[in-house]
Design a protein around this ligand. Structure first.
Ligand SMILES: [Zn+2]
Length: 303
């Protein structure tokens, strides 16, 4: 064990985030008891949940600060699954959070050593054409960690044979979101299997879905099928000849150019739709502009 750096605990917000995540996965039924564990990357290792401590009793100082070399600071031992948390975080610089649970439906498939194939397009939320199931290995072992790392190659989720689920994400919120999505898929798959093995979508179709999702993550309306009349804010220019014609028709009547500009800035400042409205008002843009910005704010809240 390392000597304490200072009386003040480091990374308070991350420690609180870990506790919040643990409490939330139990609240929404993604985990039971203390079988789940969560880690977040630091500069020289990870912060991780302690072993066997009820989440509602957990304080920031209970979170364990574990270095890459497995030395740690804290008043508890790290989770028994510290090894795969450390190895994944070390080998996957693209993510910050590792979340592990024994959620019921994912584990139901995992006890059958059954991966989630492309029976549904949403399996792409884990980054690929399927969600693999790692072969069984005893909990806490290097073997389990090696299997998990392999099953997670080019993926942000995998099942662990006869065990549970791992999801990866860049934030706590995304990790919970992804775990809910994967658990929902597992639930659907279990129900679908009751009727028989459902047909799977082709690799080509799944690659198209992955591309659609990639475009969406960059804030674009997905459209990789060659049809270009995608939804857009009132007054904003469309990309197809037909849509462009319509947009220019509106431009004459409501000064759509200014509206589109303001609406675009509203799209960019997703977290602050009010600011976009204020900006529009300050610029004395037409009423249509403020209306477009407002509707951008509304649609975002709804999404
Ligand atoms: Zn476990």
């Amino acid at each position: 064990m390392k000597a304490a750096k200072s009386p003040a605990i480091s990374h308070l917000e991350l420690r609180e985030g870990i506790i919040r995540t643990c409490v939330e996965i139990n609240r929404i039924g993604l985990n039971q008891g203390t079988s789940g564990n969560v880690s977040h990357r630091t500069e020289d290792g990870i912060l991780i949940t302690p072993t066997s401590l009820p989440y509602d009793m957990m304080k920031p100082e209970d979170i364990v600060d574990l270095s890459w070399d497995a030395s740690y600071e804290g008043r508890h031992r790290p989770s028994s699954e510290w090894r795969f948390h450390r190895d994944i975080q070390k080998n996957r610089p693209d993510i910050n959070v590792v979340l592990h649970t024994h959620s019921i439906y994912c584990t139901t498939l995992a006890v059958h050593e059954k991966p989630i194939n492309s029976f549904h397009y949403m399996v792409a939320v884990a980054g690929g054409i399927d969600i693999r199931c790692a072969p069984y290995a005893c909990f806490g072992t290097q073997e389990l960690s090696d299997h998990a790392l392999e099953a997670l190659e080019d993926r942000t989720a995998c099942l662990l044979g006869h065990h549970g689920l791992i999801v990866l994400a860049d934030t706590f919120e995304k990790a919970i979101w992804r775990a809910v999505e994967v658990e929902t898929l597992a639930k659907m798959y279990v129900h679908a299997l009751a009727i028989g093995e459902p047909p799977a979508l082709s690799r080509a179709e799944m690659e198209r879905v992955i591309e659609q999702m990639r475009l969406m993550s960059y804030g674009q309306m997905p459209d990789v099928s060659g049809v270009t009349d995608t939804p857009r804010l009132k007054g904003e220019k469309g990309t197809s000849a037909k849509a462009a014609g319509k947009a220019s028709g509106k431009a004459k009547s409501v000064n759509a150019k200014a509206a589109a500009k303001t609406a675009k800035s509203a799209t960019k400042s997703a977290a602050a739709p009010k600011a976009a409205v204020t900006k529009a008002e300050k610029k004395s843009a037409p009423k249509a502009a403020a209306k477009a910005a407002k509707s951008a704010g509304r649609s975002r809240k709804g999404s």
